[in-house]
Design a protein around this ligand. Structure first.
Ligand code: NAD
Length: 269
């Protein structure tokens, strides 16, 4: 059977765990050669395990160590990817983290760290991808677009989050970064969209769902009444990277079981 993204090449940042790993597996299953990015030596084994699972299933790719907040490392990763595979079709701008703090106690270091990885990291990776896509243009028979970028945002690009001002600011920033460059590069046939996950079971938020009591509280925020899994995000990433969504650019698709529907209002209208 023809795979939806047969023969395309993608870089997935922060792909040694959670949503990034889920996206790498989903893209690989759709025929994509995947670059499984991870940040440091300590995450290498986990990235290799993700790649091993992909290759065992007949998929292709490589792991690549790069801290997305460092300009020289990002430039090297994109250059090496093109050197290895000759082309880049898709960037999943996924790497992200939290360093939570009451606002009055938030250090500049915590602020800069989160903005550096979540927002500056997405800027650096998107800029390298755009440079490559502009040079390549549309490659006949590959995709209707000259390139696709999918930014991992969050419901917190629109829902304020007390105690997480640095994280929420980074996600609000990602939204306007995504929309601004979508506007700038639509005439070049480069599509840029975001996914806004709600609560997805990954290491970033395990305390919110690891016990039945914690999960019960979390479910009060989710009208669809289940916590998400990484496959919920992977399937949307594949669709957003495919020609089936060719007329969509500059949008955030919330994949959140209704978390952005203000569930607190459901019984008090
Ligand atoms: P996770 O902690 O499993 O994944 C984050 C990944 O980013 C890790 O693999 C980590 O190694 C990587 N990373 C961290 N710093 C990096 C750097 N400097 N360079 C490269 N990689 C780096 O958590 P996750 O839930 O899978 O998060 C993935 C993305 O999804 C994040 O952007 C997060 O904000 C977003 N998100 C997650 C949820 C959720 O409920 N899990 C909800 C909304 C948004």
């Amino acid at each position: 059977m023809e795979q939806k993204l047969q023969g395309q090449v993608a870089i997935i940042t922060g792909a040694s765990s959670g949503i990034g790993a889920g996206c790498a597996k989903a893209l690989a299953a759709a025929g994509v050669t995947v670059v499984v990015n991870h940040p440091v030596e300590a995450t290498k084994a986990a990235a290799q395990a993700v790649l091993d699972e992909i290759t065992a299933g007949g998929g292709k790719g490589m792991i690549y160590q790069c801290d997305v907040s460092k300009e020289d490392e990002v430039q090297r990763m994109f250059a090496d990817t093109v050197k290895q595979y000759g082309v880049l079709d898709i960037l999943i701008n996924n790497a992200g983290l939290q360093r939570d703090s009451p606002f009055q106690e938030m250090t500049l270091e915590k602020w800069n760290f989160v903005i550096g990885v979540n927002l500056t990291g997405q800027f650096l990776c998107a800029r390298e991808a755009i440079r490559i896509f502009l040079k390549q243009g549309i490659i006949q028979g590959r995709s209707r677009a000259a390139g696709k970028i999918i930014c991992m945002s969050s419901v917190h690009e629109m829902i304020p989050w007390a105690g997480h001002a640095n994280y929420a600011a980074s996600k609000g920033g990602i939204m306007m970064l995504m929309k601004s460059i979508a506007q700038e590069f639509a005439p070049s046939k480069i599509r840029i969209n975001a996914i806004g996950p709600g609560a997805i079971k990954t290491p970033i938020n395990h305390s919110a769902w690891e016990t039945p009591a914690a999960e019960k509280i979390l479910l009060e925020l989710i009208p669809y009444n289940r916590v998400g899994v990484v496959e919920d995000i992977g399937s949307v990433a594949v669709w957003l990277a495919s020609d089936e969504s060719d007329y969509i650019t500059g949008q955030t698709i919330f994949v959140d079981g209704g978390m952005t529907l203000f569930p607190g209002f459901s019984t008090n209208g």
